[in-house]
Design a protein around this ligand. Structure first.
Ligand code: DQA
Length: 164
């Protein structure tokens, strides 16, 4: 018997958590809350089920590992959701990797980086992302997935990166 499911190929999203996010739950709870990374991943997976998209989730501390994961996403994923954590503010390499893949990428942050120390207020990633969601705690990730899936379903695979 046919399942009745659409034959359209499923959207595949790579979710990347940057450095120190494995420590969520105990890391500076006044800023990042008490939700653990496992709990965030569980709610991401249940949203992915609801939206009928597939997720691959990785938490990587090293800048090089993140650059490699982004490069390897070409041809395997339709889009990237990333919390680049501290590399947001420092990494030309992560920015260049996202620009090189041309995959639509949504940048998310638990805290509102615009309201924090001045060194956190600049994102090197924002200019190559299709958008940034910052300040909603774990919901930033869920809003980010919804925004990315909506983009992929409407605009398609274009990353809309503004070249400078
Ligand atoms: C963060 C904000 C960054 O400034 C910080 O280095 C992080 C977490 C956030 O999700 O709020 O590690 O990306």
């Amino acid at each position: 018997m046919k399942s009745g499911k659409s034959t359209r190929s499923r959207i595949k999203i790579l979710v990347l958590h940057g450095p120190n996010l494995k420590l969520l739950g105990r890391r500076e709870p006044d800023i990042y809350g008490t939700t653990t990374l496992n709990q965030i991943n569980t709610s991401l997976k249940s949203l992915a089920k609801e939206l009928d998209v597939s997720l691959s989730i990785d938490a990587l501390n090293g800048e090089g590992e993140i650059v490699t994961a982004i490069g390897n996403a070409i041809g395997r994923f339709n889009g990237i959701l990333i919390n680049p954590a501290a590399y947001t503010h420092t990494s030309v390499a992560v920015r260049d990797a996202i620009a090189a893949t041309e995959l639509p990428t949504v940048e998310v942050h638990l805290s509102n980086i615009a309201c924090r120390e001045s060194f956190r207020q600049q994102s090197l990633i924002a200019g190559v992302a299709i958008g940034q969601i910052s300040g909603f705690g774990p919901s930033s990730y869920l809003l980010g997935i919804r925004a990315l899936v909506n983009h992929l379903n409407t605009v398609g695979n274009q990353s809309s990166i503004k070249r400078q």
